[in-house]
Design a protein around this ligand. Sequence first.
Ligand SMILES: [Fe+2]
Length: 280
Amino acid sequence: MARFLHISDLHFTDQQDAGLVARGMTWTSRDVLAGLAASVDLQAFDFVAVTGDLVNNGTTPDYVALREALDETFPADMPRVMVLGNHDDKAAFRAGYLGEDASDAPYREVSEIDGLRLVTLDTSVSYQHGGIVDADHVDWLADVLATRAQNGTLLFGHHPFGISWKPQLEKAETHPRLAEVLAASDVRAIFNGHLHMPVASMAFDIPQFTAAPLSFGILRNGEQLWDTDRLGYSSVEVTPDGVSVQPEILHPRVHIIGPNDMWEEYENQAQLWAQQKGRS
Ligand SMILES: [Fe+2]
């Protein structure tokens, strides 16, 4: 039915950012996008979803540069589902990326691909690390989800619901009515980022998939969090029967060993076993 690429947390900077270099990000945002284009058959996807922290510093020139970089990376006819995160600036995004009048209103979108409805929620709050889904967001969402889409809905945001790097750390603040709105809806899966690590979880009884980042990774080992060079993305397939999310590692580089012909081997092995059994 639909295949899409889920990428997140680009933290794009036009010029290398000293703060990110100090955290070990010695590669540039353009290096990462070039690496992605070289590793993935982009033509195989119907759209790409970018779940926030599009840029690192929220400046208009960085959004202009991001648009150019994404235009160079992805096929011109591939729709992009863009989500804002806590590093994003709503007004600068509108001016620099969309070429629209600057406005601080939440950036929320609804689109549809082959009967599959794609809804983006703007959980970001300017100058705050944490996310929020307040009464205004819930009202908007309830309105959008009041009708059902032919093949259901996917919900995109930046901050995961109910989980964080560690249970005791700050989570997205959600209005109590969000649970009932989602329970009555046709939302089949939730996609987001923010954590800089790939996580599969449940939120409001709906599967929730948090993508690996395309900037710098975070690894949890016991109670300690570590910055890492683990970058990745997810390849998602949505069929009438289900939603399949395949997390992939982009860096450190995965080496291709050779073609996988195990099915042929299995068939040969099965025939051999059948022959041996027939003889005994
Ligand atoms: Fe981020």
